[in-house]
Design a protein. Structure first.
Ligand SMILES: [Zn+2]
Length: 377
């Protein structure tokens, strides 16, 4: 009898003990979940380093340079949102941080998202292959696939390149701890004559960045801090246009079915602050106009700056200096510039179209250098 009573008491307290542990275990788990949602972190990883062998366009623009620009713009677009951004690459480009180091850092920080930014290559020789891809790990979770699908769709729509799909591969950096949603983006081919024209321009890089940033905002349900400053670059002036048709309608959104919000007239000049599917956003905020009925105001500066002087750095082997913005014009001044050279420019003007790019820098000395493979710094 006593034995039974003792047994019953013991089992009761054991039962209570188990219940207690279960309860607190679940509570702690829940609290951890809440903490993770309240302190959201993402890791951005610009693939490679500046000096990584291979990994460049056929005309020698480094993949890291492109990856880094996109990663910087993503940071800019996520500024003011309730998320902390950490980079795993070396932002100076000097060190190609090893894949193991990148993965270890990711695992120790345990972010909500890991996003590796890359640009693709097929043969290393120019071709007309084209498109974007987003990878998740072959052994990844459904969440990885869900996020990869979301970002690949946004990238293709924003950048305007074919969606080659959300794919799976056993990429080392994607093999981080379960619970970290991880993707690797390939934003167009460096050796594609089609994609090159987009991925080497600020406009194309910003579109890539916006697609990823908007994917992050949607996936994590991020909220913008109301006290945050508006992004200075949201209204960055791209260029000026002159209207070439008698009357051109302004639409609320960049499509023909959108509401008309006003009109502009022939020979008027407007500043464009964003571009989408052939439409330009007016700086005034009145809406969008269809750019086919405009010309870029020749000699108007892109991103005009006060004293109209800026530095341009040569990022390819050799750049020719000419008397006119034309590749057949006579050589002038220093005749040619080399990788790493910096010159002072006063303007960007329209000139001969080379590989789909007709923009030329006008140097302070009054000469011209084609803008391909040059960077404004
Ligand atoms: Zn890469």
């Amino acid at each position: 009898m006593l034995a039974m009573k003792l047994y019953s008491l013991a089992s009761k307290s054991l039962f209570k003990h188990i219940l207690k542990r279960r309860f607190y275990g679940a509570l702690i788990k829940q609290l951890r979940k809440i903490e993770r949602r309240n302190n959201m972190k993402i890791i951005l990883d610009a693939g490679h380093g500046y000096n990584t062998p291979g990994k460049r366009t056929p005309d020698n623009i480094r993949e890291w340079t492109l990856n880094n620009k996109v990663a910087n713009y993503i940071e800019e677009y996520l500024r003011g949102y309730n998320v902390e951004i950490i980079r795993t690459d070396d932002k100076s480009g000097n060190i190609d941080v090893s894949l193991a180091e990148r993965r270890n850092k990711t695992n120790s920080i345990f972010p909500n998202l890991f996003i590796s930014i890359h640009h693709n290559a097929l043969t290393g020789n120019w071709g007309n292959h084209s498109g974007i891809e987003v990878y998740s790990h072959t052994l990844g979770t459904l969440e990885d696939v869900k996020f990869a699908n979301l970002v690949s769709k946004k990238m293709s729509e924003k950048i305007g390149l074919p969606n080659r799909g959300s794919k799976k591969a056993q990429y080392y950096v994607l093999g981080c701890k379960p619970g970290i949603t991880a993707i690797l983006c390939e934003g167009g081919f460096m050796d594609s004559t089609i994609d090159y024209k987009i991925i080497t321009t600020e406009d194309g890089q910003r579109k890539y960045a916006q697609a990823v940033a908007y994917g992050v905002i949607e996936y994590l349900g991020l909220i913008k801090n109301e006290n945050s400053q508006p992004q200075a670059n949201e209204q960055k002036e791209l260029y000026k246009v002159k209207i070439t048709t008698p009357v051109l309608r302004i639409r609320k959104d960049p499509n023909i079915n959108s509401n008309i919000t006003g009109k502009v007239f022939k020979n008027q000049v407007y500043t464009i602050v964003a571009e989408e599917n052939g439409w330009g956003k007016l700086k005034s905020g009145a809406g969008w106009i269809y750019l086919s009925y405009t010309t870029r105001n020749i000699n108007s500066s892109i991103n005009p700056i006060k004293n109209n002087k800026f530095n341009v750095k040569v990022k390819k082997k050799r750049a020719m200096v000419r008397c006119q913005p034309n590749s057949k014009a006579n050589l002038a001044g220093s005749r040619e510039l080399h990788f790493g050279d910096v010159f002072i420019a006063t303007d960007i003007v329209k000139g001969e179209n080379v590989n789909g790019n007709n923009l030329w820098y006008k140097s302070a000395k009054g000469n011209y250098v084609w803008s391909g493979g040059l960077n404004r710094i």
